[in-house]
Design a protein around this ligand. Structure first.
Ligand SMILES: [Mn+2]
Length: 264
């Protein structure tokens, strides 16, 4: 029996404290401020799940204060709110990965990482949801984020996480491709995508698939930094709302403020 499920879906925060300054509100960067707003949104919406779909960290050399910042923010969530994180191309899960320094024990029992290169599932029986994702070792044309997606299970909401580029077909150009046919065949009720910094709908067949966009307005552009608020309901079906969580100040530099929607 599936119950209504509320998800906050984010990606591409790109935390990096290098060159940071501490503002009046105590945050060291736009990315930190935006990530705190993501947590605020999960709290205000009473989300059951917070999905972080890659590039939480800007690179694998970020210093430990960035990791500690994430622990502090995720510790603000209410009891029962669960978090699932997936590496992206900026924080790939390789030998030098930031995820080798990230302690899930320190982050709390409510924080799960999908770090297996062959793909892994975490199941939350109390929420009736199963979340699958495949950790990226290398961002390359041969990396297929949806390879090994599992058979779906009728008893659960089947949710996928994938960090990469949606394309029409595999053409061995461009890295971490996710094809429309793979999305269709995956059978996920909801596929949470990361990599593109603006909100985009790539739903195919019975699979709802969305890029949530970066929550950081500086990366996302004039429309503001956003999260996706997803509700899965047995009766009313799926709803997806793109919610602004950060706005670029008018005086922000033009390059960032105009945004480009691309992941570099
Ligand atoms: Mn990316």
């Amino acid at each position: 029996m599936r119950n209504p499920l509320r998800i906050v879906h984010t990606s591409d925060v790109h935390l990096d404290s290098r060159g940071a300054e501490t503002g009046a509100d105590g945050f060291r960067s736009r990315a930190e401020r935006a990530f705190a707003s993501v947590v605020d949104t999960a709290l205000a919406e009473g989300a059951h799940l917070l999905l972080i779909v890659g590039d939480l960290f800007d690179n694998n050399r970020v210093d430990d204060s960035n990791i500690a910042f994430v622990y502090r923010q995720l510790a603000r969530l209410d009891a029962g709110q669960q978090v699932v994180v997936l590496p992206g191309n900026h924080d790939v899960h390789d030998e030098r990965s930031v995820w080798n320094r990230f302690s899930f024990e320190a982050a709390g029992e409510h924080v799960y990482g999908l770090l297996e290169h062959a793909g892994d599932c975490v199941t939350f029986p109390e929420l009736g949801v199963r979340v699958w994702g495949r950790a990226m070792r290398e961002h390359a044309p041969e990396n297929y984020p949806l390879d090994g997606a599992p058979d779906q299970h009728d008893a659960y909401w089947n949710v996928g996480m994938a960090h990469g580029q949606v394309v029409e077909r595999r053409v061995l150009q461009g890295s971490s491709p996710i094809t429309k046919d793979e999305i269709r065949a995956s059978g996920f009720h909801y596929l949470a995508l990361g990599h593109i910094h603006v909100f985009e709908n790539h739903s195919v067949g019975d699979t709802a698939a969305y890029y949530c966009g970066s929550p950081v307005a500086h990366w996302a552009g004039v429309g503001g930094g956003k999260v996706a608020l997803v509700t899965l309901c047995p009766k009313e079906g799926l709803s997806v709302e793109s919610r602004v969580v950060s706005v670029a100040p008018a005086a922000d530099d033009r390059e960032g403020a105009e945004g480009h929607g691309f992941p570099w």
